[in-house]
Write a protein that binds this ligand. Sequence first.
Ligand code: AP5
Ligand code: MG
Length: 191
Amino acid sequence: MRLLLLAPPGAGKGTQGVRMAERYGIAHLASGDMLREEVARGTRLGQEANAIMATGELVPDQLVIDMMLEKVLESERGWILDGFPRTLAQAEAAYAWGVRRGLTFNAVVSLRVPEEELLSRLLSRAHTEGRTDDDEATIRHRLEVFHKQTEPLEAYYDGRGVLVPVDAVGPVDEVTDRIVKALEAHLAASG
Ligand code: AP5
Ligand code: MG
């Protein structure tokens, strides 16, 4: 199974990604988590990404493409990608790469959450996780970056017939159930 979680900051990509990975026995590959690990380890990539991530801007496409596609190849049983692709350039690079290997997405789950709810979730998380990008101004900027650079991917994946929209407001377990139902209906319909 090859899935993508396409959603704005705070929509629950990490929360639901872990659950989907367990349910289907696939790898949860989160670009933001991987970049934060690189930062913590002080690698060259981490040093380059650190200041950019703190502003809420996106790290350059090629750095993320190289990092992610290497991990994808290691995960033979399939994967759920969280946070990548996030620009049209990344989506096109990932698609060209996947077509050559027969590894394109079975489904792209789009989590839908109103903006004010996203903001309040991330402001509460700021107290528990201490991410450098979870202050209000940076959260608002991450949301703008999402609208400008990532939201256009919804039309891109819809055009390829793989987009599965899911209402992601409500208790976490209920959202998981909605994702599973929508996903399985999509997979059954697309054979
Ligand atoms: P990334 O780490 O991907 O952050 P993000 O997209 O801003 O998303 P978050 O991780 O903040 O939210 P989430 O959707 O995972 O929600 P979560 O489950 O945590 O990216 C960070 C940065 O890295 C980027 O800004 C960029 O600089 C760089 N980067 C990453 N990928 C890149 C790429 N491809 N290209 C270029 N740069 C890249 O949930 C949020 C909170 O809500 C949690 O506290 C959770 O407990 C709570 N919650 C979850 N579900 C619910 C629910 N149903 N009800 C109530 N609360 C809930
Ligand atoms: Mg996350």
